[in-house]
Design a protein around this ligand. Structure first.
Ligand SMILES: O=C(O)c1ccccc1N[C@@H]1O[C@H](COP(=O)(O)O)[C@@H](O)[C@H]1O
Length: 216
């Protein structure tokens, strides 16, 4: 199973989290976030990582040009769009950044929001479901109602996000079958400061729950 740990700000923490078993690290490129990192900070983390670790930049309502500039300067391998980006915008970004994974995050307010998801399946590589929050775009620690996702089965791979922690991950994965998971505040001491003990416990839990994780 793909395991993305998001909101990395420190090189030693990025390296340690990759060693603990993360397949993917995420970097918040949204300036209003307390987890925001510059291209220089992303590069400092990336330099510590083995090549097989995926490196995703998280953006929200940025211009294609802004994303291109960060991408060129930082060693990212993919982009996560966490704002209100349209399918047309995603297609334009795909033209500008070919051979780059594009993940569209959808902040799910209710079950009707899931119906909107089909319009993205031809425009991006991966979907990510996060919880809706009226004031914040992400990193909120709020969980989705996993019950409503039991039959969620889009045509492209998808990641479950939103308030996941080492304590609730097996419960979530007993109800939902994503291709991967994404955690941020659930493995932190404070925004942007990851708790390596919590990350280690997450991987212990995932190891213990292997038989539960049907899609690994
Ligand atoms: O983490 C942030 O500060 C952030 C800011 C703007 C957009 C997205 C952000 N984080 C993303 O939120 C989800 C869920 O986070 P959590 O586990 O509930 O804390 C995750 O995909 C982050 O990439």
């Amino acid at each position: 199973m793909r395991v993305k740990i998001c909101g990395i700000t420190q090189p030693e923490q990025g390296k340690a989290i990759a060693q603990l078993g993360a397949t993917t690290l995420g970097f918040i490129c949204v300036s209003a976030s307390p987890r925001y990192v510059t291209c220089q900070q992303i590069r400092a983390v990336v330099e510590q990582l083995p090549d097989n670790i995926e490196r995703i930049g998280v953006f929200a309502n940025a211009t294609v040009e802004e994303i291109y500039q960060v991408f060129a300067d930082s060693g990212l391998t993919g982009v996560q769009l966490h704002g209100d980006e349209s399918p047309e915008y995603c297609l334009k970004l795909r033209q500008v950044l070919p051979n780059t994974e594009i993940i569209k995050a959808l902040r799910v307010k209710n079950s009707q929001a899931l119906e909107q998801i089909d319009i993205y399946t031809n425009c991006v590589d991966t979907l990510l479901l996060d919880a809706y929050h009226p004031q914040q775009l992400g990193g909120t620690g709020k969980t989705l109602d996993w019950n409503t996702l039991e039959t969620f089965n889009p045509q492209i791979p998808w990641l479950l996000a939103g308030g996941l922690t080492p304590d609730n991950i097996l419960n979530a994965l007993s109800q939902v079958i994503p291709h991967g998971i994404d955690l941020s505040s659930g493995v932190e001491i404070a925004p942007g400061d990851k708790d390596l003990r919590k990350v280690a416990r997450l991987f212990e839990q995932l190891g213990d729950g292997e038989s539960l994780i049907r899609n690994s």
